[in-house]
Design a protein. Sequence first.
Length: 511
Amino acid sequence: MELNDVKEMSTDVLVVGAGPTGLALALDLARHGVRALVVEQAAALFPGSRGKGIQPRTLEVFDDLGVLDAIRAGGGRYPVGMIWRDGRRQGEHRMFDETEPTEAEPYAGDAWMVPQWRTQEILRARLEELGGSIAFGRELVGLVQDTDGVTADFASGAPVRARYAVAADGGRSAVRRALGVGMTGETVDPAPALVADVRVTGLDRDNWHFFPPAEGKGDILALCPLPHTEDFQLMAGFADASTEPDLSPAGIRTLVATRTHLAPDDVTEVRWASVFRPRAALADRFRQGRVLLAGDAAHVHSPAGGQGLNTSVQDAYNLGWKLAAVLRRGAPAALLDSYEEERRPVAAQMLGLSTGVHRGEVRRGAATQQLGLGYRGSALAVETRAELPEDALHAGDRAPDGVQGGVRLFDAFRGPHWTLLAVGTDTRLPDLPGVRTVRIPAYEAYGTGVFLIRPDGHVGWAGESARGPAREPAQEPARGLEEYAALVGLAPESRPAFSSPSRPSRPSRLS
């Protein structure tokens, strides 16, 4: 039945926005058996290549979500930069500091280029495999919440009643405005930048082509070949803040001809174009009652650092299992407070990194890969071991990969379950419903001990590897583990019915 054919729809989670954030969240919720409805104001998915860089940590997320093979097939490695001047090649330019993969970080140094439109198509296909769908052409015009849920009104079609709502509708978020949540930030660069997807003749597809201004005067232009397409992504800066770039095909052809050795007719097609002024801004809060903010609705980055899409997808990955724990496993609603506690500091850190890269103060290196990000100090990071070295694995850290005792850890972690991992110990482990138990030999990335791994691949609880007398099983070291399990909903599944109460007062219209 079409949404327009009913008076009111009900669902567990209303996801506003069908960009990478909203799609990744809906996909993750579907894995957990949570009903989610994705609504999108536009008539189709975003058509441009804009967020094309997939960082190693996000590759790990996509591995868990079941889309890594498609992402691999749909993208490629970043090409080496080539500097041009007066129609001649001047030499190569390395955009990234090289890092090498390890057993614990198998995708390190492996930033992957995929046009954003293709990433969205891949996420959508996986969502639909799991029974999800998107309602297009749904412009949000009103939003109210009460003690039981959220009601959303749209310019056309049926209203939607949900237990929770998530704003994944971008930097100009209608949901954030409806909540009255502010954003604090700065203009990274007052001058505009143009990004477009174009087709060009006269350039090879083996390099990312850079055309710096002559003698440092003027503005740079770059053309990057997009893998498995005929397109190049064009990026052009404008030093004059008062410039209003011409986004028409004729204007873009003139721009390319002015700044490169190419002729206007060498630009054979302009497929998509946009202009923006780089800024960095952070929402004042990520949760207000039953509404949560994720992705660009919560933080806006300069694209220079390649952090925006990646930080956004990881917002979704952090939030999905928590909503599922509250809605399906009886966890207290206060668990959702940990979303802002964990993700807002990370977003602030990534905003600083993106701004530093944009201003040339920071190289694109290990920090941009996001493998070192974690949640030490979070209420959900319970470390029961004393006097650990700073470089040891702590509760809150990303759980490393590795193959030990015939087990690949990422294979064991993959899926919406928790994993209780015993490393180098025969310690007796508690039986926690819905938790997979894995034992491996001592492994440098973990040391020894017992680790409860969250569905988003972070260590939630960590304990000692206590040992009993010789020839007897080790004693249970799980001090506080059962209390932790109750906090995060690791109990027999509870599926409370969702009733749609009488409609609350009519929401105010969005300006």
